[in-house]
Design a protein around this ligand. Structure first.
Ligand SMILES: [Zn+2]
Length: 268
């Protein structure tokens, strides 16, 4: 045996003796939520959630769901996905009580979604993207810890925000939850009708008035007051935000811009 071959053999043996690489085995992920939810027994806010990786079975179930209902909203889809992948929020087991997910604020649900992607793939997702300038295929790596900016909360998320209307009265504004997002998504009308839905869902009343009464109130408001409420809700919405991911083409050095959504981050 030549020295070269002996070296090669030793190298191969060493490689075989190395512990098997653990590629594709992702550990359950601990996600710290921004607001979380109150413990049903003590009322204390709990913000630690455990998520697990998605399997082929999960993928098939979600595929069936989106084929079955063509007008499935993003919020509905997210709820179905999170119900499969989130194990617990604080002391609450999600399997026994999946509706808890609907009471989380939208930013916390997006943090869970990001946690599921990390539990499934690790911190880096690799995509093959065709360069729009030279058409060559490039490997683009998206770092799930660094490539998304976080909109930080502007105040205590467990406390309602207060807005003063033109006539001097003040109203309390809630942070929108998954349940709110689902209901707002059913308003497919004009932007002004959607604003009515946002106002009706986000203003918090001490009495338990019906949605119809809230909508009537929202419609009777002056345009200026409506704007203040809608802006408070939409501009102050903490959570991870999906933005363009930029890379440089390895062939022509031009820029490649990729716009990702949560679903393509998980499944494509
Ligand atoms: Zn290129």
């Amino acid at each position: 045996m030549s020295t070269d071959l002996a070296d090669k053999a030793a190298e191969v043996n060493a490689a075989i003796q190395d512990p098997a690489p653990t590629v594709g085995v992702a550990a359950p992920e601990r996600v710290t939520l921004m607001r979380g939810m109150p413990d049903p027994e003590t009322g204390e806010w709990q913000d630690v959630a455990i998520v697990t990786e998605m399997t082929g079975e999960d993928e098939e179930a979600l595929d069936r769901l989106s084929t079955k209902s063509k007008d499935l909203s993003y919020a509905d889809y997210t709820s179905a996905l999170l119900a499969r992948a989130v194990t617990s929020i604080g002391n609450v087991q999600v399997k026994d009580n999946p509706s808890v997910l609907d009471h989380l604020i939208i930013g916390d649900r997006d943090l869970l979604f990001l946690g599921v992607i990390k539990a499934t793939y690790g911190n880096v997702r690799t995509f093959w993207v065709r360069c729009p300038h030279c058409n060559e295929k490039n490997e683009v790596r998206v770092n799930l810890d660094e490539d998304f900016s976080m909109v930080e909360p502007s105040g205590d998320l467990t406390v309602l925000r207060e807005v003063t209307l033109k006539d001097g009265t003040s109203v309390k504004i809630r942070y929108l939850t998954g349940k709110d997002a689902k209901e707002i998504a059913t308003y497919t009308g004009s932007p002004s009708e959607q604003n009515t839905a946002i106002i009706a869902r986000s203003v918090s009343w001490d009495d338990d008035r019906s949605t119809g009464v809230k909508e009537k109130w929202a419609k009777a408001l002056s345009l200026a007051d409506r704007k203040v409420i809608v802006n408070t809700v939409l501009d102050d919405q903490p959570g991870p935000s999906l933005e363009e991911v930029n890379a440089q083409c390895a062939y022509c050095d031009d820029d490649i811009a990729m716009v990702l959504d949560w679903v393509s981050l998980l499944f494509s």
